[in-house]
Design a protein around this ligand. Structure first.
Ligand code: SF4
Length: 450
């Protein structure tokens, strides 16, 4: 990493899985907006759905997700009962639409659900929304806590993509993050999944974990390639103990410094690309025959709350506590407090708590940001033309990008901003030039750039 990048690398920047980001949501945009926007879908449009399962059998100390360890399955079962109510409420609130084209179960660990509960949720989604033929049905899995009979249940329910949390194979690192997961356990699960016909297996890896070395990162990336992972995401550990209290269990002295983190991210990229993977945006890698790599080649890549996707949908219905929905008109987030969320759905109300209605300026910047985050390049004038606004509307962003050009984080040629390969990891910093709401993010609202 160039020394001139250090001040930027230590700056807090959003992940830009949406624009505006969740930090800009306000309570003024609540239930009424969620109702109106849900009803405004188009009869021929495919929609997407996300179900949040906020439970895990064990807590990993690096985790930044909205999850907790339940005291027995009774709490999970209660949550499923409430989630079924929300599926029904959301289904009834929708205008005409063409059914679910992409369905994602995330968390937490969705495999904490008993097979019958999972099937009941799938059945409710089919009844209240309808699943399109060939829909992508994806589930995040924790290999350590799979239950007997779960893989065949997923296959029977039509699950056709899974994401395995692998993170690292190094034992001492696994101990330091409270996630003991032998390599053989992951291999056996992948064999089971493939045996059941679920071939699209994604893997999540991490760098910057306590005691993690560059060699550990290379080993994990090689493993992902050897196992033929369809997609691999490589996230940097974000140490934000003021936000995620359990991260206090992580020894800060065992964390890699900035240069080492940068090197770890680079070796992961080099290992995966050396094995034939295509680099996608900030932190994803896809096998050349995977739909994500094909979408990238064809300029159809998108970015949403699940990261990079080939899903072009404009309506994503998030269900469960904290889940975020995306509409053409804006974003709407469910109540974060699980009790309040449950009370709302029991009372028959959409459990929306906060959100934001998009302004024309938000749409323009969102388009520019998504283009840059997906392609590492954006032509500001082209975006202005596409959105039918004067071509100087993003001049401020170009000025900000020229500042970053001085240290080599991007190139600006006319109205085109390009992020060079060596600065891919700093992509969010360049994207922030297009962000009018959080141009210099408050230090504790987001994680650092590297
Ligand atoms: S399994 Fe995933 S969601 Fe659960 S605590 Fe670990 S990292 Fe967080």
């Amino acid at each position: 990493m160039k020394d001139a990048w250090i001040p930027y690398a230590t700056r807090a920047v959003p992940r830009y899985t949406s624009y505006p980001t969740a930090a800009d949501f306000t309570p003024e945009t609540g239930v009424a907006a969620a109702m109106a926007w849900s009803a405004a879908t188009r009869a021929d449009e495919a929609i997407s759905a996300y179900l949040h399962i906020p439970f895990c059998d064990k807590l990993c100390w690096y985790c930044g997700c909205a999850t907790s360890v339940p005291n027995g399955y009774r709490r999970v079962a209660e949550y499923v009962g409430l989630l079924l109510k929300e599926v029904s409420l959301r289904g009834r609130a929708m205008g005409p639409h063409g059914g679910i084209g992409h369905l994602h179960f995330g968390g937490g660990s969705p495999n904490i659900l008993n097979p019958n509960d999972f099937l009941e949720l799938m059945d409710a989604l089919q009844r209240h929304f309808g699943l399109r033929t060939g829909a992508e049905i994806a589930v995040e899995l924790d290999p350590r806590t799979m239950k007997p009979g779960q893989v065949p249940t997923f296959a029977r329910a039509g699950v056709n993509r899974v994401s395995l949390g692998v993170q690292t194979l190094a034992e001492d690192v696994q101990h330091a993050i409270n996630r003991i997961q032998p390599r053989d356990m992951v291999v056996a699960l992948i064999e089971d999944l493939r045996g059941a016909g679920i071939d699209a297996v994604n893997m999540d890896l991490m760098y910057g974990l306590p005691y993690q070395t560059t060699q550990h990162v290379v080993e994990a990336a090689r493993f992902a390639a050897e196992m033929g992972a369809a997609r691999v995401s490589v996230f940097g550990y974000a140490h934000v103990p003021w936000f995620a209290k359990h991260q206090r269990a992580i020894d800060e002295n065992a964390l890699a410094g900035l240069h080492e983190r940068f090197t770890q991210a680079r070796v992961a990229a080099m290992t995966l690309e050396g094995a034939g993977y295509v680099a996608i945006g900030l932190d994803h890698y896809a096998r050349a025959d995977d739909t994500l790599a094909i979408a990238a080649r064809e300029g159809r890549l998108h970015r949403n709350f699940q990261g990079y996707t080939d899903d072009p949908c404009e309506t994503l219905i998030g269900m469960g506590a904290t889940a975020i929905s995306q509409f053409r008109e804006g974003f709407s987030q469910n109540l974060k407090d699980r009790k309040a969320w449950g009370e709302a759905v029991t009372a028959g109300h959409l459990p929306a708590e906060r959100g934001i209605a998009l302004t024309p300026d938000d749409r323009l910047r969102a388009r520019a940001l998504e283009t840059l985050m997906c392609r590492l390049e954006v032509d500001a004038a082209e975006i202005c033309a596409e959105m039918d606004v004067p071509d100087d509307r993003l001049d401020g962003a170009l000025d900000a990008a020229r500042e970053l050009e001085r240290v080599g984080l991007c190139h600006v040629s006319g109205t085109v901003v390009t992020v060079p390969e060596e600065a891919r990891i700093m992509l969010r910093t360049v994207a922030q030039c297009f962000d009018a709401r959080s141009p210099a993010a408050a230090p504790q609202r987001h994680a650092k750039a590297v």
